[in-house]
Design a protein around this ligand. Structure first.
Ligand SMILES: Cc1cc2nc3c(=O)[nH]c(=O)nc-3n(C[C@H](O)[C@H](O)[C@H](O)COP(=O)(O)O)c2cc1C
Length: 186
């Protein structure tokens, strides 16, 4: 699968088969994440792999019952908790140097996560980015230190559904030529 096919056909998967993921495949997914670009190559992303049934159930309980990804976290063979070490991204010699404040770690982690989810898809695996959950409960459950932010939960497994394709905005709405609001493509 080439990169364009992976980008266009990746979908959020929320129903998973119980089929286990072998270690080599799992490693490949994290290798893809590891090679993402980051602020001054600081690589602040950290990942916690959860395969224990009782912990997956507790992780699922950190989502609201209305969150459509909740059951997927219980069912997927692997659940990844995505974190960031603070005080690295956006800093030079201990000082925050841009007008984006402490926020850059979110950007770096998103790049790594996108690599991870596309690589997973290319390997026949499904994922969904889960951002709506109680991160303080996850911190407690997995003993995550204070200098580390909990960012996402990603269930990973072989898909048990063909998800619908949510529409995207047209290029004319999001790409501007010369000045803001002037469409580049019709
Ligand atoms: C930062 C972020 C947070 C998300 N949080 C959730 C979530 O809490 N629950 C859920 O079911 N989907 C969540 N999603 C998945 C989006 O709903 C999904 O990516 C979007 O509808 C587009 O669908 P697609 O990924 O299949 O292209 C999240 C996606 C992103 C990028």
């Amino acid at each position: 699968m080439d990169v364009f096919e992976a980008i266009f056909t990746r979908r959020s998967v929320r129903k998973f088969k119980k089929t286990p993921i072998n270690r080599q495949t799992l490693r490949k997914v994290f290798e893809a994440a590891r090679w993402a670009p980051s602020w001054a190559n600081t690589q602040c992303w950290r990942f916690i792999v959860v395969e224990e049934e009782e912990i997956k159930v507790k992780l699922a309980d950190t989502l609201s019952p209305r969150n459509p990804a909740r059951q997927g976290i219980r069912d997927a063979p692997v659940v990844i908790v995505v974190c960031a070490e603070l005080g690295k991204s956006g800093y030079i010699r201990g000082n925050l140097v841009t007008d984006k404040g402490e926020w850059w770690y979110m950007f770096d982690v998103a790049l790594a996560v996108q690599n991870l989810t596309l690589a997973a898809h290319a390997l026949g695996l499904g994922t969904v980015n889960v951002g709506y959950f109680d991160s303080e409960k996850v911190r407690e459950l997995l003993e995550i230190p204070e200098n580390v932010e909990v960012i996402e939960i990603i269930p990973l497994g072989y898909p048990d559904e063909i998800p619908r394709t949510p529409p995207r905005k047209e290029l004319s709405e999001i790409v501007f030529c010369k000045k803001y609001g002037n469409p580049c493509f019709t």
